[in-house]
Ligand binder design. Structure first.
Ligand code: PLP
Length: 380
């Protein structure tokens, strides 16, 4: 089969896997065991991974806290901040701003925050799937405490102007959080230079293992901004309790280092392939439409609407093609992508939409074949 679902997850790079393996075997220690060398070896490995992750995103090691993935990091920001603000002043009103095309972990986390009495604005996006700076400015209230915007959208590959929004937040003393899960490794990210306060990202989208990620929290003492989400034994400086998943963290560190080392060439590789795929699709599928911005988009992603063909109808013929659809009919209830809806697509158009995402091991030959498979499926 041809795997074109790198935005869902990536294979673990063999170089990542080989650095993880010893931490399942001989180096099995608990990094919190301070009294013996099994513990020290694990502790050193976690420390090294933290420097690799920090270097990749342009911050200090102490600003990186390991989590169980971007879903957890996103939830931590929302509920850790609410907890902190309520502790400081239980009566004060709280206002958060986000968009209506966020990942479900932000969408549903923010909806839960509303139930807790937090005011939340879900800003609409423009036709390219981008949050407009003017709309952001207009939404600010005296009690706005947090803005959270996805940097690169996982479905349509649109890119939000995060550095510009960060500058605005700084001026207004509002925390800026970004879900950068699909941004790291694909566009330049430097949290310090770009003035970002909080940033979530994940291992398994950058050729690392699943179930590990990080939250970047600006500054020396993260407890100033956020309360923990998970309480317990005090691991991760009391910010995220639970025994650290050492092999996963080690793999995440290696994955970040590899992305950093090959960044320029890798991005160019993805862009070339993406543009090649788009030209193949246009040649083979008359009337195919691209969702999101035509050029200013993730190098790894194409989201297309097929001309009047519901993906459901052709899915049986796409079994050899690992792609993702805009709507899923799982338990009988149709789930239509809120992201494509947010772009202004009709339900019908969403049902005709497909996401193709590529990465490190995608070849041009695979993309030619993928376009042929799609063409044939549609013709039938
Ligand atoms: N945010 C975005 C933009 C994503 O694409 C994903 C991936 O599914 C997540 C968050 C969730 O990440 P994780 O699987 O690490 O919880």
């Amino acid at each position: 089969g041809i795997y074109l679902d790198y935005n869902a997850t990536t294979p673990v790079d063999p170089r990542v896997y080989s650095t993880m393996e010893p931490y399942f075997k001989e180096f099995f220690g608990n990094p919190a065991s301070a009294g013996h060398h099994w513990g020290w070896i694990a502790e050193n490995a976690v420390a090294k991974a933290r420097t690799q992750v920090a270097s990749f995103i342009g911050c200090k090691s102490m600003e990186v806290t390991f989590t169980g993935g971007a879903t957890e990091s996103n939830n931590w920001v929302i509920f850790g901040l609410i907890s902190k603000l309520r502790e400081e002043n239980p009566e004060a009103p709280i206002h958060f701003i986000t968009s209506n095309i966020e990942h479900s972990s932000i969408m549903k986390g923010m909806a839960a925050a509303q139930k807790m009495g937090v005011e939340v604005d879900f800003l609409p996006v423009n036709k390219f799937g981008v949050v407009e700076l003017e709309a952001v400015k207009a939404a600010i209230k005296p009690h706005t405490k947090l803005m959270s915007f996805i940097w690169v959208n996982n479905e349509i590959g649109s890119i939000n102007p995060i550095p510009e929004i960060a500058a605005l937040c700084k001026e207004k003393q509002i925390y800026l959080h970004t879900d950068a899960t699909q941004a790291v490794g694909k566009i330049p990210v430097n949290v310090t230079e770009m003035g970002i306060d909080l940033m979530s990202f994940s291992g398994h989208k950058i050729y690392g293992p699943k179930g590990v990620g990080a939250l970047y929290i600006r500054g020396k003492d993260p407890k100033v901004q956020l309360n923990p989400l998970i309480y317990g034994g005090g691991q991760e400086r009391g910010l995220r309790s639970g025994t650290v998943n050492v092999p996963a963290v080690v793999g995440f560190g290696t994955a970040c280092e590899l992305c950093q080392q090959n960044f320029t060439a890798e991005v160019q590789h993805m862009k070339d392939l993406r543009d090649f795929l788009w030209s193949e699709l246009q040649q083979n599928i008359p009337g195919v439409k691209l969702n999101g911005h035509p050029t200013d988009r993730s190098p790894a992603n194409l989201n297309i609407t097929l001309p009047g063909i519901k993906t459901e109808q052709i899915l049986p013929r796409l079994q050899k093609l690992g792609v993702s659809t805009g709507s899923a009919c799982g338990t009988g209830a149709m789930v239509v992508s809120h992201v494509l809806k947010g772009l202004g697509l009709s339900t019908e158009e969403v049902q005709c939409s497909l996401r193709l995402s590529l990465g490190r091991w995608t070849t041009q030959d695979e993309l030619s074949r993928a376009a042929q498979i799609l063409k044939q499926a549609i013709q039938k």
